[in-house]
Design a binder for this molecule. Structure first.
Ligand SMILES: [Zn+2]
Length: 284
C-alpha cells in the first residue's frame, strides 16, 4: 500500500519535473532578445550631445540569452530587479526625472522559453553599470565571465564610481568566475560565441559576437555606443572611465565589423530594438 502511494506520488510529480528541466540543447546556436525595460528622461548632454542631435529619446534595455549545443549564457540582466514587481505583475517604474521602467520580469521571460537561472551555464555582463546588473545576483550559480579590471573595480570601487548598484551584483563575489585574460574569449570553443574586450566605458567593458547559422554574424555591442549618432560624431558619454580607451575600442570593433560583416546591435538603441524579434522568438 505504502509503495503504491509513493509510486503514485512519483508518477504525479513527473510532468512537473519534466516541465522544470531545461529544453533539449538545439543543434545550432540560438539568440533570444528579452525586453528588460527602458530609461526615459536622460539628457543628451550626458552623452555630449545638444538637444535634437540624437534621434532617440528613450533608451531601451534588452537582455539576451545565448543557447548553444554545449550550454547557455545570459548577457546583461536589466535595469529593474524582478523583486521590484508586485504580485499582480503590473509595470514597475522607478526614479523621477530619469525614469526606469520594466513591464516584464526577466525570470518570467526566461521561463517562457523554458529556462530558469539554475539552467544557465554562464553569466556575461557587458559592464557593471546598474542598467545591466539589476538581476545579476540571480545568476550567481552560473560561471561569471569577466575581465580582472572590471571585477576589481566592482568590488573595490573608487569613491563616486558612476552608475553603480553594488547590491545588485554582490552575490557574484562568491560565484564561480572565469577571469578572461585574452582580447577574445571563445565561450564554447567553436568560434560561434566570442566575448571581445572593448574597455573604456568601464575598465573591463566587453561586447558579444555571436555567429548564427541562418542569421549570420551579430555583434551585441554593450555600451560601446548608446546612440547611433556616436558612431559618426565620435562623441562619448561624459561619464566614460577612459575616453581614449573607448575610442580605441570603437576603432577596433569597427574594423572587426567590416572584416566579419557582422550586424551591429547597439543595446540601448530603440530603433534597433524595435525591429528585432523578441523572445519567445529567436535568431538562429
Ligand atoms: Zn547601459
Amino acid at each position: 500500500m505504502k509503495t503504491q502511494v509513493v509510486a503514485a506520488l512519483f508518477l504525479a510529480s513527473l510532468p512537473l519535473a519534466m516541465a522544470q528541466s531545461a529544453p533539449k540543447p538545439p543543434a545550432s546556436v540560438r539568440l533570444y532578445v528579452f525586453d528588460c525595460g527602458s530609461i526615459k528622461g536622460l539628457s543628451p548632454a550626458m552623452f555630449n550631445f545638444k538637444p535634437g542631435e540624437v534621434q532617440g529619446t528613450v533608451m531601451v534595455v534588452p537582455c539576451y540569452l545565448v543557447v548553444h549545443p554545449k550550454g547557455t549564457m545570459i548577457w546583461d540582466t536589466g535595469v529593474i530587479a524582478d523583486s521590484a514587481f508586485k504580485a499582480d505583475g503590473s509595470p514597475v517604474s522607478q526614479g523621477n526625472g530619469v525614469v526606469m521602467e520594466a513591464t516584464k520580469p526577466l525570470k518570467a521571460q526566461l521561463a517562457a522559453v523554458g529556462y530558469k537561472p539554475s539552467d544557465i551555464t554562464y553569466l556575461g555582463l557587458s559592464h557593471y553599470h546598474s542598467d545591466h546588473t539589476a538581476n545579476a545576483n540571480d545568476f550567481a550559480g552560473s560561471t561569471w565571465l569577466v575581465h580582472q579590471e572590471e571585477r576589481d573595480f566592482m568590488f573595490n570601487p573608487p569613491p563616486q564610481a558612476p552608475v553603480m548598484s553594488t547590491a545588485s551584483f554582490s552575490a557574484l563575489k562568491n560565484a564561480k568566475t572565469n577571469i578572461i585574460k585574452a582580447d577574445d574569449y571563445d565561450v564554447f570553443g567553436d568560434g560561434t560565441v566570442v566575448i571581445k574586450f572593448a574597455p573604456g566605458h568601464t575598465p573591463g567593458h566587453q561586447v558579444l559576437f555571436v555567429n548564427l547559422a541562418k542569421t549570420g554574424p551579430v555583434l551585441v555591442a554593450g555600451d560601446l555606443y548608446h546612440y547611433p549618432e556616436e558612431r559618426t560624431t565620435g562623441n562619448t558619454p561624459t561619464f566614460e572611465y577612459n575616453r581614449e580607451q573607448s575610442l580605441a575600442s570603437r576603432a577596433k570593433i569597427e574594423a572587426f565589423l567590416k572584416q566579419s560583416k557582422a550586424q551591429l546591435w547597439i543595446e540601448h538603441d530603440q530603433a534597433t530594438f524595435v525591429r528585432l524579434k523578441k523572445a519567445p522568438d529567436f535568431y538562429e
